[in-house]
Design a protein. Structure first.
Length: 285
């Protein structure tokens, strides 16, 4: 049996792993409208790879009125809605078989709410990240599907990387800056090259000498955390070890990190799963 190499790199997704998941905002919005949960994610995924969402995350288009108009159009495709609804109806007898009209969604409001929600650090993973940083024992890296906010937007930063969470990482790969997004295999290869370059460039440092960075980084020395199965699958194909971070249950992933690292990482936040908000205002449609 081959001996598994010790982890050198802990590679994190951001949304839904290090910060509160934007999927929570989506789920809450769908529940507030009384539509089968999953429609928005389904709509976005079925427009890949060249939907407005995907092009924004690759930095190919600006976040402007044209983007929001196109994103809104993607969310209101009757044929795609009909296919989704029939799938849900077949799985759940409580859902009427007759396909209703496409739900009226406010794509701009939804997008901005998702971005707002996902600025808050995850209460379980953030303390773990701080303790991993303090230990100095691993290369901390991030590979995130990102967007670039325009000047005037509440979330705009002149320096994209000047952020309390982004500053924790030795290497940060942003989809909107490299022109690639998960689950495209090329962004995983790009990230592997980036962490290998970082290790070799810092091999003579105290951290580098103690962790043998002179040999660089192999794919099997990377542990990758993400909240989307398809993204994890692409990582495994390259040789990454993976940890699934479940919505509202990041404490379970922290448990797995403790086993891998041998460090005590959990903070004091109660281990109570975050549940979707069922009673939301109905006005944002």
């Amino acid at each position: 049996m081959a001996v598994r190499r010790p982890a050198k790199v802990l590679l994190f997704d951001i949304g839904g792993v290090c910060v509160v998941s934007p999927f929570q905002s989506i789920l809450d919005y769908e529940l507030s409208l009384g539509i089968p949960p999953g429609w928005i994610n389904y709509s976005i995924s079925k427009t890949a790879p060249n939907g407005f969402w995907h092009r924004l995350e690759r930095g190919e288009i600006l976040m402007d009125d044209a983007f929001f108009a196109g994103f809104n159009e993607d969310l209101h495709d009757p044929e795609r809605w009909g296919t989704f609804y029939k799938i849900q109806s077949a799985k759940d007898s409580s859902i009427a078989s007759q396909v209703p009209p496409v739900p009226k969604l406010d794509g701009r409001w939804l997008f901005n709410d998702m971005m707002r929600v996902s600025t808050a650090p995850d209460p379980w993973m953030y303390p773990a990240l701080q303790r991993l940083k303090a230990s100095g024992r691993f290369i901390l890296a991030a590979m995130s599907n990102t967007v670039i906010f325009p000047q005037g937007h509440p979330l705009y930063r002149e320096d994209f990387y000047a952020d309390p969470i982004r500053n924790l990482f030795d290497v940060f790969v942003s989809s909107a800056h490299v022109g690639l997004r998960k689950p495209d295999p090329r962004i995983y290869e790009h990230t592997l090259r980036a962490v290998d370059k970082f290790a070799r460039a810092n091999a003579s440092s105290e951290r580098g000498q103690s962790q043998r960075w002179a040999n660089g980084v192999k794919a099997e020395e990377i542990v990758f955390l993400d909240d989307i199965g398809e993204n994890l699958k692409s990582g495994r194909k390259l040789g990454f070890r993976t940890i699934k971070v479940s919505l509202g249950r990041a404490f379970e992933a922290v448990d797995e990190l403790e086993v891998i690292t041998g460090l005590q990482l959990a903070g004091d936040h109660p281990r109570i799963p975050v549940e979707p908000k069922m009673n939301l205002p109905m006005a944002k449609i």
